[in-house]
Design a protein around this ligand. Structure first.
Ligand SMILES: [Zn+2]
Length: 243
């Protein structure tokens, strides 16, 4: 287990073999990875909060077993909500961006704060009913966004293909997303093993989830392991690793 700290994010990398020792944890991680990892982050957050209130924590599980291995060409909608292990080439890396993770809304009736967790690449969620005074949202009882306490998360889109050479010629390019301290850590040409979840994204140009029922595949990267770093275009240095 090792921890890295970037800005105010602390990530802890845990090998799957460690999870494997706890059948309940292994079961919940394979059945509902999102909820399980969020619960783990919460526990870690509370532990770290005792030490230093400014840290945010992320658990990154690596070393997934062969049962999680899949190729991009084989992805199907049934694979969503599973943890997937895919060896990929990074074709391109987009600019860093950010998304709104949580919003605090003030009830304009009683000023109470209503917390809303947002969903990545989905419409922004506003409360429909105040948690304190119970007023239902309408023109007179609306909610105002508290920009001070709104929390953001860094994200970055990368383009990937299967690294399996046998698939060359029919390799499919798909989008994958990196978050938090993983943003900026991958470069064009890297060969990485990603541990990811399949996302079904709107195919509508606006990204509006309600505008169409057709979905495109994307991957949300939970952790990755470097298989081969990109080749450095500098012949003079001669310190590249020979394979
Ligand atoms: Zn209220």
């Amino acid at each position: 287990m090792h921890a890295t700290e970037a800005d105010c994010i602390s990530s802890i990398t845990i090998p799957f073999t460690l999870v494997d020792e706890y059948p309940d944890l292994r079961y919940s991680l394979s059945e509902d990875p999102l909820k399980t990892m969020a619960a783990g982050d919460e526990v870690l957050f509370n532990m770290i909060e005792d030490l230093n209130g400014s840290l945010r924590a992320r658990i990154r599980v690596i070393g997934l077993p062969d049962t999680c291995a899949i190729e991009i060409n084989s992805l199907r909608t049934r694979d969503r909500n599973r943890l997937l292990r895919i060896d990929v080439n990074v074709l391109d890396v987009n600019h860093n961006s950010g998304w709104i993770k949580k919003i605090d809304w003030h009830c304009l009736e009683c000023r109470a704060v209503n917390h809303t967790s947002q969903k990545f690449l989905r419409g922004r969620i506003k409360p429909w009913k105040c948690c304190d005074c119970g007023k239902i949202r309408n023109r007179s009882t609306d909610f105002a966004l508290d920009s001070e306490s709104t929390s953001y998360e860094d994200c970055q889109q990368i383009l990937i293909v299967d690294s399996n050479d046998e698939n060359e010629g029919q390799r499919r390019v798909i989008d994958a997303w990196l978050f938090d301290e993983l943003v900026g850590s991958v470069q064009k040409g890297d060969v990485i093993r990603i541990n990811a979840r399949l996302r079904l994204a709107s195919t509508h140009p606006s990204g509006d989830f309600d505008a169409t029922t057709l979905r495109a595949f994307q991957l949300q990267i939970e952790s990755y392991e470097m298989l081969e770093p990109h080749e450095i275009d500098d012949e003079g240095q001669g310190n590249g690793e020979e394979e």
